[in-house]
Design a protein around this ligand. Structure first.
Ligand code: PGA
Length: 254
C-alpha cells in the first residue's frame, strides 16, 4: 500500500487527480469507479482543469459510481441545493464540465422498482465493461467505503443497505441542514457496490482530508482487518492501493 501525505486538501486533490489523469492517458477507454461526498470535490475540480488546460480526453472513459440513495432520483426541476441525489452531484460537480458520453455513465438508480434485479444488472454491466481499472474511494466517519457500513461482509456485492446513525448524522450536517430537509425525511437506505465488488477493481485510490478523518484512517490502515471497519479491507487488497491524505487526516498514523 502506498500512503502519500500532502500538506493540505488542495495538494491532496491535485495528487489524486494526477493519478486518475495518468490512468486515462495510459488507457483512454479506462473504466473509472467514482465516489461522491465532500472529499472528492477538489479532485473533480482538478480533473476539469486538466481537461480544459491540457485536453484530457474523457470521450472513451466509462464510469461507475459507488452508490446512490434509495428512493431518490435526479430532479433537474429542483435547485441543486435541494436535490439530494448523487446523480445530480456528479452532473453538477463533474460530468457537465467534461467530454464524457452520457451513455458511458453508470450510477445506481435510486428510483428502481426492482432493487435486487437492478443490483445484479449493475454488477453485470461492470463485468461487461471489463471491470473497474481505478476505483476512487472516500471514507466515512464510521469507516464505510461506498455505503458499506460496519458489519458488511468483505465479499458483499451491489445491494440495498440501511445507513447507520453516524452516517445519517454526517449526511445531515453536510447537506440536509442547509437544504432545510428534516432528519426524518432523509433517505435511510442506499444502493451500494459491495466490498467484494470494490475489491475486484484493478487499482484503488482512497482520499481523506481533515482532522475528523484521522482516527478512522488510522484504524482502517493500521488497525486490525475487520468488517467493523469496512475500509480495513484495503489492507487485504491484492492490487495496487494508493491512499492520499492531507496532514490532518494522517495525524493519527504511527
Ligand atoms: P465525505 O464522505 O467525503 O463527505 O467526508 C465520505 C464518505 O462518506 O465516503
Amino acid at each position: 500500500m502506498d500512503i502519500i501525505i500532502k500538506e493540505n486538501y488542495d495538494e491532496m486533490s491535485k495528487c489524486a487527480a494526477d493519478i486518475i489523469a495518468n490512468c486515462i492517458k495510459s488507457k483512454p477507454s479506462c473504466v473509472l469507479g467514482l465516489a461522491t461526498g465532500s472529499t472528492p470535490l477538489g479532485t473533480y475540480r482538478e480533473l476539469i482543469k486538466i481537461h480544459r488546460e491540457e485536453g484530457l480526453d474523457f470521450s472513451q472513459v466509462r464510469t461507475f459510481n459507488l452508490d446512490e440513495y434509495l428512493g431518490i432520483g435526479m430532479d433537474l426541476s429542483k435547485p441543486y441545493e435541494e436535490d439530494q441525489s448523487y446523480a445530480r452531484f456528479m452532473y453538477e460537480e463533474f460530468f457537465k464540465y467534461i467530454n464524457i458520453k452520457k451513455e458511458n455513465i453508470y450510477i445506481p438508480d435510486g428510483l428502481t422498482k426492482e432493487p435486487e434485479k437492478f443490483c445484479q444488472w449493475y454488477e453485470d454491466m461492470i463485468k461487461k465493461a471489463g471491470g473497474i481499472d481505478l476505483q476512487l474511494l472516500g471514507i466515512g466517519g464510521d469507516g464505510h467505503i461506498g455505503f458499506n457500513e460496519p458489519g458488511s461482509s468483505f465479499s458483499s456485492r451491489t445491494r440495498v443497505i440501511p445507513l447507520t446513525e453516524q452516517t445519517l448524522n454526517d449526511n445531515y450536517e453536510s447537506f440536509y441542514r442547509k437544504a432545510k430537509i428534516k432528519k426524518e425525511d432523509m433517505p435511510h437506505f442506499a444502493i451500494t457496490m459491495g466490498i467484494g465488488t470494490i475489491l475486484e477493481a484493478k487499482q484503488l485510490l482512497m482520499i481523506a482530508s481533515g482532522k475528523k478523518k484521522a482516527k478512522v484512517i488510522a484504524r482502517a490502515l493500521q488497525g486490525p482487518v475487520t468488517t467493523e471497519v469496512p475500509a480495513s479491507a484495503l489492507q487485504i487488497f491484492n492490487g495496487k492501493v494508493t491512499v492520499v491524505l492531507d496532514r490532518e487526516a494522517a495525524s493519527e498514523l504511527s
